[in-house]
Design a protein around this ligand. Structure first.
Ligand code: URA
Length: 240
C-alpha cells in the first residue's frame, strides 16, 4: 500500500494531510525518515508518525464524529451511512460498535475486533455512555430522581437501569446510561412528557470524543483508549 494512503487510513488524516506530514519528514519507515508519499510500504514494515507506531496490520479501532442525517448500517436504500465516511477498504472491514439514531451526533466506535466490541456493548458490563440532550420543554423538577430510579418505557415492562441526569440548564441535560435500548434517551424524556430536539454522544466508557474531530471525521483510537474501553466495566460501576 502507498505510504500516504496507509497513514491516512490508520490516523484519520486526509490523503493530502498525510502527504504533507510525510514531506515534513514526520514519518519513518523501519527507523529511516521518508519523504515520498507514494512510497510502497511492505506489509511487515514498521511505520511511525510523530514517533507513534502506525499500523493497519492488526485489528482496527476507530472513533468517528457522527454527523446528523447518516444512518448506522452497513447499507441503506435511502440514506447515506456512516461507513460512507471511510475509505471503501476500511469500511468493508469494520463494524459499528453501538449504533446511534440518524439524527444523533457524536462519538461512534468502529472496529473489526468482535471480542472487543462485545466487551464494549455487553449489557452485563454496563459500559457508561454520556449524551447531551437539548429538549423542547423545560426539565421537570423530578427528572433526576426519575432517571436514577428507572423509567418504564412505553411498550416495555422492565424499568430502565439507574441512570444519571445532570441538569445543564432549563432545557439541556447530560444523561449517563449503562445500557442501550432502542431510542433510549429519546424515550426516557418522552416518558417525562418532553421531547429531545438534539442528541449528542460525548463519551463511551470514559473515552471522550476528540474535540479536534470535525463532524464526519474519524481517527484511530490510541492504545490507551482501546484498553480503557475493553475494561470499561470497573469505571462504569463507580459512575452512577
Ligand atoms: N438514545 C437515543 O434515543 N438515541 C441514540 O442515538 C442513542 C441513545
Amino acid at each position: 500500500m502507498r505510504l500516504d494512503r496507509l497513514l491516512a487510513q490508520a490516523t484519520g488524516l486526509s490523503r493530502k494531510q498525510a502527504g504533507i506530514e510525510i514531506r515534513k519528514q514526520r514519518v519513518t519507515l523501519d527507523g529511516e525518515v521518508v519523504r515520498d508519499p507514494g512510497l510502497r510500504v511492505p506489509p511487515d514494515a514498521a511505520v511511525r508518525w510523530r514517533d507513534e507506531p502506525v499500523a493497519l496490520a492488526g485489528p482496527v479501532y476507530l472513533m468517528l464524529n457522527k454527523p446528523t442525517g447518516l444512518v448506522c448500517a452497513r447499507r441503506d436504500p435511502i440514506h447515506a451511512t456512516v461507513l460512507d465516511l471511510l475509505p471503501p477498504d476500511l469500511a468493508a472491514r469494520v463494524h459499528i460498535v453501538g449504533r446511534l439514531d440518524r439524527d444523533t451526533t457524536g462519538l461512534l466506535l468502529l472496529t473489526d475486533d468482535g471480542d472487543w466490541s462485545h466487551a464494549v456493548t455487553s449489557p452485563r458490563r454496563g459500559c457508561a455512555k454520556a449524551y447531551v440532550a437539548e429538549l423542547a420543554e423545560p426539565l421537570v423538577a423530578e427528572a433526576e430522581a426519575c432517571f436514577a430510579e428507572g423509567i418504564v418505557l412505553r411498550g416495555e415492562k422492565r424499568p430502565t437501569r439507574p441512570a444519571r441526569l445532570e441538569r445543564l440548564d432549563d432545557r439541556r441535560a447530560r444523561v449517563i446510561l449503562h445500557e442501550g435500548r432502542y431510542h433510549q434517551v429519546r424515550r426516557m424524556f418522552a416518558a417525562l412528557g418532553n421531547r429531545v430536539l438534539r442528541l449528542h454522544r460525548e463519551s463511551v466508557g470514559g473515552v471522550v470524543l476528540d474535540p479536534e474531530l470535525a463532524p464526519g471525521r474519524w481517527r484511530a483510537l490510541s492504545n490507551e483508549e482501546i484498553a480503557r474501553l475493553a475494561d470499561c466495566r470497573a469505571r462504569a460501576e463507580g459512575e452512577v
